[in-house]
Design a protein around this ligand. Structure first.
Ligand code: PMP
Length: 358
């Protein structure tokens, strides 16, 4: 073999343009860069639950036998209790991100068109491109609602309610209109449904082209264990089981999921505290949009990248939304954290958001 062989030519051509996804700086890096002690750093950028998982989760992990392949059935049974859907309608994945990539793999091939109302969760576009399919980004309407009709020629559409990063939930009427307007597959992402206190899960019983994705990363505080699920019509759930790896979720994650679903009181207590804090923050942040998630979408005077960098210098990490297609250059997303962390954000935001006269 020649030393000069170009092995990179083997990479699929439609993947060549993809950007590498970055997790952003961690607390150690921020501490080093800005000279702030790690205890002073406040992470409000990833929509995590600041109270963590139920204590029962940790207890359940000690009992897991690590030398056996995982069995997802007890988790699916627990999910059946939580969602009121039979197990034939339920599938699990390593986080909702894996659910999304698997659903795309079932329905999308090269050149297929996928409707994505923006701004929204960036991962949909990536998952679509990984299949060689083409995202069609469509601007949202007033109040961040979505167009009632899916145009001809679309193979799949992504809805998100409450939507990341804008925080609004879609009305039942809006979602029904979209689903009924099309022969394509509609994926409704309800990662933040618990914070909204409402869900459109019931619609899966009515529509054979609707899949609802959920996760235990948010309200249940299990982001580190990567556990998501979808509620789907039986025919789609069957396709899913044919495509997804049989042992794709670790035994630890599955055991954690069962324990978390057995302690709904903990989850509801976290959600109650987060929702109360969210409303308190919104009262004092004049440029925040109403939100039904565990985060706020906040308009900035200065460019958001400037404001976000100023906050970072103070050890407060929030999400600059200029990397969300369709969001513009003047919005940031802040996760609702613990009360003392939110206070620090609100105090520092006042300073960081002041436009400096040149
Ligand atoms: N959907 C939305 C709207 C999200 O914001 C996220 C994560 N931030 C996910 C899905 C992915 O969740 P998971 O951790 O389950 O992969």
């Amino acid at each position: 073999m020649s030393d000069k062989a170009d092995f990179t030519k083997n990479v699929l051509p439609y993947l060549a343009q993809l950007e590498e996804d970055e997790a952003g700086p961690d607390a150690a890096e921020i501490s080093r860069r800005y000279g702030i002690s790690q205890e002073r750093i406040v992470m409000l950028s990833r929509n995590e639950n600041p109270y963590g998982a139920s204590p029962r989760v940790r207890a359940a992990l000690t009992d897991v036998s690590l030398h056996r392949y995982p069995d997802s059935r007890p988790f699916l049974k627990a999910l059946s209790g939580y969602t009121s859907y039979p197990e034939e309608c339920l599938v699990a994945g390593a986080g909702m991100d894996e659910i999304i990539t698997t659903i795309c793999r079932i329905f999308l091939g090269a050149g297929d068109k996928v409707l994505i109302p923006v701004p929204t969760y960036n991962f949909y576009g990536l998952a679509v491109e990984l299949c060689g399919a083409v995202p069609h980004y469509q601007p949202r309407l007033a109040g961040f609602s979505v167009d009632r009709k899916i145009p001809e020629g679309i193979k799949m559409a992504f809805l998100c309610s409450p939507n990341n990063p804008t925080g609004n939930a879609l009305s039942e009427e809006n979602v029904r209109a979209v689903v009924e307007s099309t022969e394509s597959i509609v994926f409704l992402d309800e990662a933040y449904a618990e914070f909204a206190g409402k869900s459109l899960l019931k619609l899966v019983r009515e529509y054979d082209n609707l899949v609802v994705g959920r996760t235990l990363s948010k309200a249940f505080g299990l982001a580190g264990l990567r556990l998501g699920y979808a509620v789907a019509p039986p025919w789609i759930a069957r396709q899913y089981r044919r495509v997804a790896p049989l042992f794709g979720i670790s035994s630890l994650s599955l055991a954690a999921g069962v324990a978390a679903l057995q302690d709904l009181g903990w989850m509801r207590e976290c959600v109650g505290k987060i929702v109360a804090e969210r409303e308190r923050m919104r009262q004092s942040l004049a440029s925040a949009h109403p939100s039904e998630g565990n985060f706020l979408y906040v308009h900035t005077e200065e460019k958001s990248e400037v404001v976000v960098e100023r906050l970072l210098c103070q050890g407060i990490v929030v999400r600059d939304c200029s990397s969300f297609p369709g969001s513009g250059e003047h919005c940031l997303r802040v996760t609702v954290g613990r009360s003392e962390d939110n206070d620090r954000f609100m105090e520092e935001f006042k300073n960081a958001n002041t436009k400096l006269s040149s």
